[in-house]
Design a binder for this molecule. Structure first.
Ligand code: FAD
Length: 497
């Protein structure tokens, strides 16, 4: 309620925010979480909470009147369609030279992502978070994060015969024929549930193609893990459809937080003011960066340092498809949850997820999301003319990512005598270089904050999400975001409370 005083306010309910809320609550602290998206706990008229990937509807996009599908075309035909304006689950946020996809709702990105839960190879960790002790991360915090998230791996025996992983077996065979290691990729999907889906004994989710717009059954999103545990403490309250617009020092100590309550078409129905002793920024890389850049520039938090908004990267994301010969069908039924990848990080700077193309028909296509060592970094800045935050990323900055992905797929194409698909991102366009699923950075650890996420210049303000990580994790990011949050909150609870 407006005028309330809370000990801790957390902005956002994704990975960083959920870890902070759970551990603070377990330490006896009352936590108020603010989430701009919806609760996603109520079925729609079709009896399901989430819409299917193949039939986006009002639930699918954050405040758009037309879908903005990552794969915009099929067989060259545009597939986007009109949808009613609604506070839907997937935000395709257009930031100048890049579309940044993000989850909106209680659970943040865990609602929309593929659940791929990858711990980076230890030899790569020094480049990911140079100021963090790798022994502590690999000895304590990565295991804690993996346990908290419920990470598991496909049963390798079942994998060999499952129809829904024909596409992954083709991906493995072709990778290995070209001399690349194929690795199983862990996931938070309930693998036993998937086997039951394949056996036809439970309602289908991964095998019904659900992913981008939410997953109705098998995926262990944060709502089922960290946030469920947090709720069980009785000390955590979540306010969905509430958006933080300002944080500034309060005269009597602590911080004044201004919050807009939203309706489902994005309008503001009330503006509330709360005082908090401590505030955790967990709005995601883009959300936290945009807030901090604005608050510094507009005088609400003028003492934030000049690292705010810097060091943003796209985790080197780039997508592509390949057209296989008729003797390499990839399957009409494809599990929407990937389970394997091609590791050419050390030699070529690319780690490629063998991704599904769950269209329901045989396409003979192989599809990949590559994570690459793209060195380009962008910065957020305040635009006083438009009263908004800009990001200076340019589409051409994806070229290193394309070159690194080619280190894998040019070789596979040469070996197999195959070609790239040119019909998935437009007409005659091979590379999906216009987007990222993995925004990282903008309030980098040990630069914008101290080495535990305390914002420089203001005691009691913390960053605890993907914005701490300077642009790349060498693999999918959420396990690292979660593990870093576990590390930071442990120190904050021990020394600041
Ligand atoms: P988020 O999870 O983004 O949470 C931030 C939350 O804050 C959001 O709920 C947002 O609505 C809320 N918020 C923002 N601003 C405000 C505000 N002003 N007031 C109130 N609330 C606010 N990663 C993997 O590791 N594996 C995968 O398989 C994978 N697949 C992905 C697939 C897709 C389609 C997408 C979009 C992402 C994927 N990711 C994947 C990335 C992963 O989901 C993100 O890296 C992760 O969610 C980031 O965590 P976070 O805690 O930094 O922020």
């Amino acid at each position: 309620a407006s005028g309330a005083h809370v000990p801790v306010l957390v902005i956002g309910t994704g990975y960083g925010g959920s870890v902070a809320a759970l551990r603070l609550a377990q330490a006896g602290v009352d936590v108020q979480m603010i989430e701009m998206g919806m609760a996603w706990d109520t079925p729609g008229s079709d009896g399901k909470i989430f819409a299917n990937t193949t039939s986006p509807d009002y639930r699918s996009y954050w405040l758009r009147t037309r879908t903005k599908q990552p794969l915009s075309n099929f067989l060259g035909f545009p597939i986007d369609k009109d949808v009613p304006l609604y506070t839907g689950i997937l935000d395709a946020e257009e930031m100048g030279g890049i579309i940044v996809y993000q989850g909106r709702g209680v659970g943040g990105g865990s609602l929309v992502n593929g659940g791929m839960a990858v711990t980076p190879k230890r030899e790569n960790f020094g480049a990911i978070l140079p100021s963090v002790d790798a022994d502590e991360m690999y000895g304590t915090y990565y295991p804690r994060a993996n346990a908290g998230l419920g990470v598991g791996t496909v049963d390798p025996t079942w994998f060999e015969s499952a129809d829904c992983y024909q596409y992954a077996r083709v991906g493995r065979k072709q990778a290995q024929r070209s001399g690349f290691p194929f690795v199983f990729v862990p996931d938070v999907y309930d693998w036993d549930y998937m086997e039951q889906e394949a056996a036809g004994t439970v309602p289908k989710s991964a095998l019904a193609g659900e992913i981008l717009y939410g997953n109705n059954y098998g995926k262990k999103s944060l709502q089922k893990t960290y946030l469920a545990q947090a709720a069980a403490t009785g000390k955590v309250t979540i306010s969905p459809l509430h958006k933080v617009t300002s944080v500034s020092p309060a005269a009597a100590g602590g911080y004044t937080v201004v919050i807009d309550q939203l309706n489902t078409t994005g309008g503001t129905t009330a503006t509330k003011t709360v005082t908090a002793d401590r505030v955790f920024f967990a709005a995601g890389s883009v959300g936290t960066s945009k807030l901090l850049v604005k608050l510094k520039a507009t005088g609400a938090l003028p003492s934030l340092n000049s690292e705010i908004g810097q060091g943003w990267g796209d985790n080197g994301n780039v997508m592509c498809g390949r057209a296989n010969h008729l003797w390499d069908p990839t399957g009409a039924l494809q599990a929407s949850i990937p389970c394997g990848g091609i590791d050419n990080w050390t030699a070529g700077g690319a780690f490629a997820e063998v991704a599904p193309l769950p269209t329901g028909i045989e396409t003979y296509a192989s599809f990949y999301l590559s994570i690459t060592k793209n060195p380009n970094r962008a910065q957020f800045s305040w635009n006083a003319t438009t009263n908004s935050v800009d990001l200076n990323w340019q589409t051409a900055w994806k070229q290193p990512a394309i070159d690194m992905a080619k280190s894998i797929f040019d070789k596979i194409n040469a070996k197999e005598g195959t070609i790239y698909r040119t019909d998935l991102f437009g007409t005659y366009k091979i590379w999906g270089d216009h987007l990222t699923y993995h925004p990282l950075g903008g309030a980098v650890l040990n630069k914008a904050t101290d080495n535990y996420g305390r914002l420089q210049g203001y005691s009691g303000l913390y960053v605890i999400d993907g914005s701490l990580i300077p642009g790349n994790t060498s693999v999918n990011p959420f396990v690292t975001i979660t593990a870093l949050a576990e590390r930071n909150i442990e120190t904050i609870i021990a020394t600041d409370l």
